[in-house]
Ligand binder design. Structure first.
Ligand SMILES: [Zn+2]
Length: 264
């Protein structure tokens, strides 16, 4: 079995402020350690379930957060950015048996995480086919594009509920709840324990976790600044709805992710 893991940091237990997510900042040390422990828990669970090969994409900001020395031998760690449409899912293809998301966060405009955003902080929201979307949605559709089941997610509790609307059988662990600028967090050890159990359960039930891609994708982006909407409106095929809003329609998630490379 071959397993793909995409790891972010804003949905790791304890992480509450931007400083904690910033490479080089003193407060980043505890966050990257816990991010690594949560990824390690998922790797160990996958290995116990028979994963001979695991690819882990460090998918936050510099993509140099995870402590490589803590990861087991059967892991290939992807650091840095490929600048390809798969973005946070770089390296995934049809050879994988399951996709796992660790440390993910609610999308732009949601109160479920003080660090809620979708891809960056220049937008107020991103909608896919009329529904407000998180990075999880885009990345789950990338997995679906390669027919890889989306079996497990850990992150804030609001994102977990959101993910169940997209993939009803997904196993998830809401390691924290966001309220305003605060987070109510599970203990570090408990988060790892529940991730371990959840990943095993998800892998066991992976046939139930396939996601069907819609016939076409319409992405709507509402920007904070009119200037960004104007720039995006010049991307081939993009349409400007109003001073802050641009839409782009693609036949598949690859076209959407290619567009977002330039307009998000
Ligand atoms: Zn991030």
């Amino acid at each position: 079995m071959k397993v793909y893991i995409s790891a972010d940091i804003e949905g790791v237990t304890g992480v509450t402020t931007w400083k904690e997510t910033e490479l080089g900042h003193a407060e980043h040390a505890a966050a990257k350690l816990q991010m690594t422990k949560e990824v390690l828990a998922a790797c160990e669970a996958a290995t116990e379930c028979g994963a001979a090969e695991i690819v882990v994409k460090d998918a936050h900001d510099t993509a140099k957060n995870l402590l490589a020395e803590m990861l087991p031998d059967n892991v290939t760690l992807i650091r840095g950015w490929t600048n390809t449409p798969e973005s946070m899912m770089a390296g995934i293809d049809e050879s994988f048996d399951a996709a796992i998301f660790i440390g993910y966060h609610s999308g732009a405009g949601c109160n479920g995480n003080p660090l809620s955003h979708t891809m960056n902080t220049i937008n107020n929201y991103v909608k896919i086919n009329g529904k407000r979307s998180a990075e999880f949605d885009l990345n789950a559709y990338i997995a679906a594009y390669y027919k890889v089941p989306v079996v497990f997610l850990s992150g804030d509790a609001q994102l977990c509920r959101h993910a169940e609307e997209l993939v009803p059988a997904i196993r998830s662990v809401g390691v924290k709840k966001g309220v305003g600028s605060a987070t109510f967090n599970m203990s570090c050890a408990k988060a790892c324990r529940l991730i371990r159990e959840g990943v095993k359960d998800g892998l066991l039930h992976r046939e139930e976790c396939s996601l069907q891609s819609p016939a076409q994708f319409e992405m709507e982006i509402n920007y904070k600044e009119c200037a960004d909407a104007l720039r995006a409106s010049f991307y081939p095929g993009a349409k400007q709805l109003d001073e802050r809003t641009v839409t782009f329609t693609g036949k598949d998630i690859q076209e959407i992710m290619t567009a977002q490379l330039f307009i998000l």
